[in-house]
Write a protein that binds this ligand. Structure first.
Ligand code: DGJ
Length: 577
């Protein structure tokens, strides 16, 4: 059983480590920033908490102005997104050294304004998916000036080295120009966050073996990292601490002396160097316009044997301590989640108070469940499926599922499960943000492998399960069910979701059985609850075997959630004996 209260306490304690970094309040409170509000760290936009119902465009579509004319109204109008994550590449804005071209940037900001959505810049610069394909041609062609990573066998790869001052200075200068320009042109504050680079790390080896990198690797671990580890010894994530302990918990020495010989030391060395580089880029950008900035991780895949199969040195969950030490100006460490264990991955990314944001994941029914779960159970500041300009991805195709470029979206985009889920979350956003902050919110994501769950929330245990037939309640259907639950008052809940049923068990002294006093179906219009139907009778009876229900201490009635018609309900309970 998930105990929301003890989760809340653990969350609160762990948060203390990171809270300070996530909350530098800007002089102008309207500027987007992160703020600790009660039990959640929330993104503040125009001075108010904001829930990111996002979607990430495929890599280069934002440079295709014709295609974007179709995409903008689709995302905002039909999928109910309030934020678009869009690439802005170094090459697009600085095609010639020192000469900036912000035409695409201006168009994106203006289109976002016209479509009433916000933007997250994805700064594709030194690295995108580990590689340096988005660096300008003048950088790529000047290998002596902008050195590359070398992997085993002395092979050079198309990856800029983290160990070059020229590389970091050129990237930081361009990023500073982008942020200065954004501050100047974005009068309606469309741009609310920035992702720095994309899924960084060395591929093909565990570390850079260029001469500069090998020199640095043979030197002592920098004092800043050693001091950080000593200071945070008690709070280090267990898998990282284990590596340090196994090598003798030394407080000084070379990388191999402190972290042991092998791929783990290589990965930690790379993590430190990526973190320092990206922190310098963030610093240059924040000097111009200090809005929240995050990095995203290509997470370890089951078939990976070690760092280098996945990008070595990226912000994978076992590397968070190194990133915190090396990149204090990076506000969030985010996972790109294409693996099925969404719940496990977000739990690991929520450790040590790292506020959760999921910049890339699914956009089909699973995506709907993921969004509900991350936002309700982990107080995420938002969610974002990848490749959302390709409507096929809303219909269950994998990340590479293709729809011919330029093709028109199907007419029923608005009725796809993900669009319905965002429509629901958009209506609920003010309540969700309030209850995230109070710690009176929870969520569930269920399927045939995990068809039932109990959640403590308010004064009741919520017995949440996939919908059952009244006459055969033991058999779970093969569907994805998800819901978000808020304790809105004594004996009162606001619940929303799809393919779920809920019964309630009292969790405080008093009469032991919960009955439904009143149940309303409805929607929020401009923040106001509008009842569309009063529910009772067949709407609420969940099982016909009332004697069994009574033996279980239950009334046999509860809530059945099914989107879109019965997707949002308010329920008032009473107790009897
Ligand atoms: C992860 C990357 O971050 C995205 O930009 C995109 O290329 C997807 N992979 C494709 O699956």
């Amino acid at each position: 059983m998930i105990n929301v209260r003890s989760l809340a306490c653990a969350f609160l304690l762990c948060s203390l480590a990171l809270v300070a970094r996530a909350q530098t309040k800007p002089a102008d409170p309207a500027v987007p920033h992160l703020e600790k509000r009660g039990q959640a760290t929330q993104l503040m936009v125009d001075g108010k908490p904001f829930l990111v119902l996002g979607g990430e465009l495929s890599n280069t579509v934002s440079s295709d102005t014709d295609r974007m004319k179709v995409v903008w109204p689709l995302l905002a109008g039909k999928v109910h997104m309030n934020t678009v994550l869009t690439g802005v590449s170094w090459d697009w804005i600085e095609p010639e050294e020192g000469k900036y071209d912000f035409r695409l940037v201006d168009q994106l900001v203006e289109s976002a304004r016209q479509n009433n959505v916000r933007i997250v810049w994805l700064w594709f610069a030194s690295w995108k998916n580990g590689l340096s394909s988005f660096a300008p041609a003048w950088v790529k062609a000047a290998q002596d000036r902008f050195p590359r990573t070398q992997i085993r066998g002395g092979k050079t790869i198309e990856v800029l080295s983290t160990l070059s001052r020229n590389n970091v200075q050129a990237d930081a200068r361009a990023f500073a120009a982008l942020m200065r320009h954004t501050r100047e042109v974005d009068q309606t504050r469309r741009v609310i966050m920035v992702q720095l680079e994309n899924e960084v790390g060395v591929l093909g080896d565990a570390r850079d073996r260029s001469p500069a990198a090998s020199d640095a690797f043979a030197k002592p671990v920098p004092k800043e990292l050693m001091d950080y580890l000593a200071k945070h010894k008690q709070d280090l994530l267990p898998e990282f601490k284990q590596v340090w302990d196994a090598a003798g918990s030394r407080t000084s020495g070379t990388w191999e002396e402190v972290f042991g010989k092998g791929a783990k030391a290589d990965e930690i060395f790379m993590g430190w160097n990526y973190a320092r580089y990206i922190n310098a880029v963030a610093e240059a950008g924040k000097k111009e316009y200090a809005i929240p900035m995050f990095v995203n991780a290509w997470i370890v895949q089951p078939e990976d044997k070690g760092p280098g199969d996945y990008p070595s040195g990226g912000p994978q969950d076992h590397m968070h301590d190194v990133w915190r030490a090396g990149a204090p100006l990076v506000d969030l460490l985010c996972p790109d989640i294409y693996l099925p264990d969404f719940a496990g991955i977000v739990a690991r990314y929520g450790r040590s108070g790292n506020p959760l944001f999921v910049p890339e994941s699914a956009g089909d029914t699973r995506g709907a469940a993921n969004a509900f779960y991350a936002i309700g159970q982990h107080r995420a500041i938002g969610y974002s499926p990848f490749g959302i300009d390709n409507v096929a991805r809303l219909m269950g195709f994998g990340p590479d599922g293709a729809q011919p470029a330029g093709s028109q979206p199907p007419p029923d985009v608005e009725t796809l499960p993900f669009s319905v889920a965002y429509k629901t979350l958009a209506q609920l956003a003010p309540s969700i943000l309030e209850h995230q902050s109070k710690g009176t919110i929870a969520a569930a994501s269920l399927n045939r492998q995990k068809p039932d769950q109990q959640i403590e929330l308010g004064d009741y245990i919520l017995n949440v399960s996939l919908p059952r037939n009244r006459r055969a309640p033991a058999v779970a259907p093969d569907v994805t069910g998800y819901g978000i639950f808020m304790a809105t008052g004594p004996d009162e809940y606001l619940v929303a979701g799809n393919n779920l049923q809920i019964t309630f068990t009292p969790n405080t002294p008093g009469p032991p059985i919960a009955g439904i006093a009143r149940q309303e179906n409805g929607r929020f219009e401009n923040g106001k609850w509008v009842v569309t139907r009063y529910l009772a009778g067949d709407d609420s009876v969940l099982r016909d075997d009332i004697a069994t229900a009574a033996d279980m201490g239950q009334s046999g009635s509860g809530v059945r959630l099914s989107a879109p018609d019965r997707g949002i309900q308010r329920v008032k309970l009473y107790r009897y004996r």
